[in-house]
Write a protein that binds this ligand. Structure first.
Ligand code: SF4
Length: 133
């Protein structure tokens, strides 16, 4: 068993967290006593930080709604569909008709890229994230 120091990704506070890792599986999380933000404390989200990592509920491939049901599709089909839908929305109703929601379960780098896509690519500032404080 080993403890891996990291930063909680659930909000902008940035608490210091240790993840407990056993046989390459993340099995627990607890606060760093010496981290300047958390100082030995975490909120309830931080104490459960590890739970999503190996969750069987995680999506492992894109889903498209077809005939009312979410259907697994290839990344190529999902990206092609999404790009066309976003461009159509932008052409027909303007960039500000588009809104993008990101996730605290993505990395900072992925969230940075998504806001770049929204602002520089699509021309909208309508982007938000559940970890915003
Ligand atoms: S979600 Fe809670 S534990 Fe995580 S950084 Fe924010 S305050 Fe800290």
């Amino acid at each position: 068993m080993r403890d891996v120091m990291t930063i909680c990704n659930y909000c902008g506070c940035g608490c210091g967290v240790y993840l407990k890792v056993h046989n390459n599986t993340v099995i627990g999380s607890y606060p760093s006593r010496h981290h300047p933000i958390s100082r030995g404390n975490l909120c309830s989200k931080g104490w459960h930080l590890h739970e999503f990592v190996h969750s069987s509920n995680r999506l492992t491939q894109p889903l498209l709604r077809k005939s009312g049901s979410l259907t697994p599709v290839s990344w190529e089909e999902a990206l092609d569909y999404t790009a066309k839908a976003l461009l159509t929305a932008k052409e027909q109703t303007g960039a500000d008709s588009i809104g993008i929601l990101s996730s605290a379960k993505c990395t900072n780098e992925e969230n940075y890229l998504l806001q770049k896509l929204a602002r520089a690519g699509l021309g909208t500032n309508n982007i938000d994230h559940c970890a915003r404080l």
